[in-house]
Write a protein that binds this ligand. Structure first.
Ligand SMILES: C[S@@+](CC[C@H](N)C(=O)[O-])C[C@H]1O[C@@H](n2cnc3c(N)ncnc32)[C@H](O)[C@@H]1O
Length: 201
C-alpha cells in the first residue's frame, strides 16, 4: 500500500500544523477507510500495549475500528469504546466491531464517558487532526488514576522534533499526564512515534 499524503493523513513540516488539518466528513472518511483503514501503526500500538483483564479501552478517532479489533483479538475481556466525530467512520467501525465494542459519534473534546472510567485512551494517528490541548485534557478526565494514554503518530506525518516531541509533550504535561515514555517503532515501511503517559494517582 502506498502512503501518499494527498488525503486525510495531511501533513506539514511547519509548526502551525492546524492549517494542515483536513476537514473530516463522510467523503473524507470513505477515502481514508479505503486507503488506510487497516494500517501498520494500529498493529504497532497494540503489540506494545499491556492490559489487565476487563480493562476499559477508549479509542479516540477510532476510524474504521481496526485498532479496537486488534485489541479484542488479543484481550477478549477488554471493554472497548470507539469514538469518532464522523458518521461514516462510526458506521464502518460498528460494521467492523459488531458487538465487540460500543461506538459513539462524538468529538475528542466531548467524550461521552464519565470521569475516571477508562484504563487506557488511544489516539492512533488522530491527535494531529484534533485540538491536542482539549483532547488530552478530556482524555485525562475519563482516565482513572494510574490509567494511561497512548499517542501514536506516523513519523511521515509530522517530524518528531517539532510536533510529536515538543507539542504533544507540552500538552501531556498540561493535562497532568506524567511519566512520558517514547518509542519509535517500525513495521513494513511505516515508522511510528509512540508516546505513553500516565494519569497521576
Ligand atoms: C487519520 S484518521 C485515524 C483513524 C484511526 N485511529 C486509525 O488509526 O486508522 C483520523 C480520525 O479522526 C477522526 N476525527 C477527526 N476529527 C475528530 C474529532 N474532532 N473528534 C473525534 N474524531 C475526529 C476522523 O473521522 C478519523 O477517523
Amino acid at each position: 500500500m502506498s502512503h501518499d499524503h494527498s488525503h486525510s493523513h495531511s501533513h506539514s513540516h511547519s509548526h502551525s500544523h492546524d492549517h494542515a488539518r483536513p476537514t473530516w466528513d463522510d467523503a473524507t472518511a470513505a477515502v481514508y477507510a479505503e486507503k488506510y483503514g487497516v494500517w501498520p501503526t494500529q498493529m504497532m500500538v497494540v503489540d506494545r500495549l499491556e492490559l489487565s483483564d476487563g480493562a476499559t479501552v477508549v479509542d479516540v478517532g477510532c476510524g474504521t475500528g481496526a485498532t479496537l479489533a486488534l485489541v479484542k483479538a488479543k484481550w477478549a475481556t477488554a471493554h472497548c469504546v470507539g469514538v469518532d466525530a464522523v458518521a461514516e467512520m462510526v458506521r464502518q467501525a460498528r460494521q467492523t466491531l459488531g458487538a465487540e465494542a460500543e461506538v459513539h459519534e462524538a468529538r475528542a473534546d466531548a467524550l461521552p464517558l464519565g470521569d475516571g472510567v477508562a484504563d487506557l485512551v488511544l489516539f492512533v494517528n488522530t491527535l494531529h487532526h484534533v485540538d491536542p490541548k482539549t483532547a488530552l485534557v478530556e482524555a485525562a478526565r475519563v482516565l482513572r488514576p494510574g490509567g494511561r494514554v497512548v499517542v501514536a503518530t506516523d513519523e511521515a506525518q509530522y517530524d518528531l522534533a517539532s510536533w510529536s516531541n515538543g507539542r504533544v509533550r507540552d500538552e501531556l504535561s498540561r493535562a497532568r499526564l506524567r511519566g512520558v515514555r517514547q518509542t519509535s517503532a517500525h513495521l513494513n515501511d511505516v515508522v511510528a512515534n509512540i508516546l505513553t503517559a500516565t494519569k497521576r494517582g
